[in-house]
Design a protein around this ligand. Sequence first.
Ligand code: AMP
Ligand code: MN
Ligand code: MN
Length: 328
Amino acid sequence: MTVSTEVDAVVEEIRQAQKLLLTTHENPDGDALGSLLGMHWILQQLGKDSLMYMSPDEFPLPYEYRFFTFDDLVGAPPDDVNDRVVIFLDCGNIDRMPVDFLQRDGIHILNVDHHHDNTRFGTVNLVWPEASCTAEIVFGLAKELGVEITPKIAHALYVGLVTDTGKFMYENTTPAAHRMAADLIDAGVDAHGVYRRLFEDLPFRRLQLLSRALEKLARYDDGAVTLAALTRADFEETGALETDSEGIVDHLRSVEHTKVAVLVRELLADDRRGLSKVSLRATDGSVDVSVIARELGGGGHRQAAGATTELSLDQLVELIRAKVAAQR
Ligand code: AMP
Ligand code: MN
Ligand code: MN
């Protein structure tokens, strides 16, 4: 199926559906949240009964997304879940939304995403790897559905766009991404205000955590791998939350010679002791970090990928160095 037939199929599904349930991946990022809210308000404008599902464990959201408010959010399966068409947004693999009720047989799923390694777990799949972000796909659907892009829809989609393109700096920054930005600014987005809310005016503990990571910076293989590892103690001593580590890996990629930047952080929840989250970022096209993330049981994009692992830091460093060397 071509992407345009996939778009047609999803548009038809949405037109026919009356009740829907929207969800995204765990640890939602700007694209996950922006696509979720944008799609919700699009469906509301079409007169649909739409609910959003996220686990209560996701709250509070990362500080930069504090301005998003959710009116029709559920934290448990609604009674009529079997009557609802479920839309997964920005979720490459159904295990990234680890709740049983959404993984049962008989759930009718529209899978709307831009991950090239999407497992196509939906009943209907709209997987468009050329899209800069899932919000771009949602924007396209809105146009097909004849929806007016209100300022709040525009704002939600813009957050997805600006975060997934790294402020229009990553390789997914296409002409279409810039055209979408222009359209959204026309529709009422305050671009500088969004920038301030997302990337500035952050709690001091964030910078303290960043400073810990920079102090611990390690470089391997002539700088091809740049890595920092944050421990539970780093979080405890700075008062930082897990979500305060968001964005640190982007500082690591700026060092000369880096092919792959890695942030490893110990997970803080008691039931996740012994596990670490690994974030991988490629700086140029020479290494596909999603390959390394999949090796660790995770996934993602060629340039940005992640995984959760039981490996020790030494084991991880060894594995990552070997996998980067194998691709160079
Ligand atoms: P992160 O390092 O958490 O910012 O994630 C970067 C990208 O990797 C995200 O856009 C996701 O697509 C992907 N990703 C992160 N963690 C996982 C995971 N556990 N499984 C699959 N994909 C992941
Ligand atoms: Mn995402
Ligand atoms: Mn995305």
